[in-house]
Ligand binder design. Structure first.
Ligand code: HEC
Length: 152
């Protein structure tokens, strides 16, 4: 009897704990997660850029960065949950106000990064360079321009 009462008490406490962390906790988490994923995206972009500018001799690594980018693009489709537009974020409201337009640029990111990963397998550095630029324009730029707040 005592034990079951204790259990019920513990269960109630857990419920209360969950209730005590309202939407804000998850929202904050969603924003942090999104920015971390975008930083990873930016990291691979920066690494590929340095390689393409011949600042480092790691041409062979282009495929790794391109594949990682293609995987991250799939994750990018999930990092904009509804309600994650409040707080320390540069995500614009239009992401949720214009879901069709936004879905298009997410898809462009997936398509362009997949192309890049494919081109990497051919070891054609000129073709890679061209696709790298296309991705920057049609994916990164095409989304950041309308959907990301400028830095303050
Ligand atoms: C579908 C839209 C979309 C695409 C595509 C996209 N981004 Fe972003 N990116 C965003 C948004 C929105 C933010 C702001 C996130 C926030 O502050 O919550 C962002 C933030 C960033 C940041 C800053 C992260 C931080 O907080 O420090 C970097 C770096 C970045 N993006 C790089 C890239 C690169 C490089 C590409 C292309 C390879 C890319 N992004 C593609 C929407 C996108």
């Amino acid at each position: 009897m005592m034990i079951s009462l204790l259990r019920t008490g513990a269960f109630a406490a857990v419920l209360v704990t969950f209730a005590a962390f309202p939407a804000l906790a998850t929202e904050d988490g969603a924003i942090k997660h999104r920015q971390a994923v975008m930083k990873a995206v930016g990291g691979h972009m920066g690494a590929m850029s340095a390689i393409l500018k011949k600042q480092v001799p790691f041409t062979k690594d282009l495929g790794v960065h391109a594949s990682a980018m293609a995987e991250l693009a799939k994750i990018a489709a999930r990092i904009f949950p509804e309600g994650s537009d409040f707080g320390e974020t540069r995500a614009k409201e239009d992401i949720w106000a214009k879901p069709k337009e936004f879905a298009k640029v997410v898809q462009a990111f997936i398509t362009e990064s997949e192309k890049l990963a494919k081109v990497a397998k051919t070891s054609d550095i000129n073709a890679f360079n061209a696709q790298f630029k296309a991705m920057g324009k049609n994916a990164c730029g095409a989304c950041h321009k309308p959907f990301r707040e400028k830095k303050k």
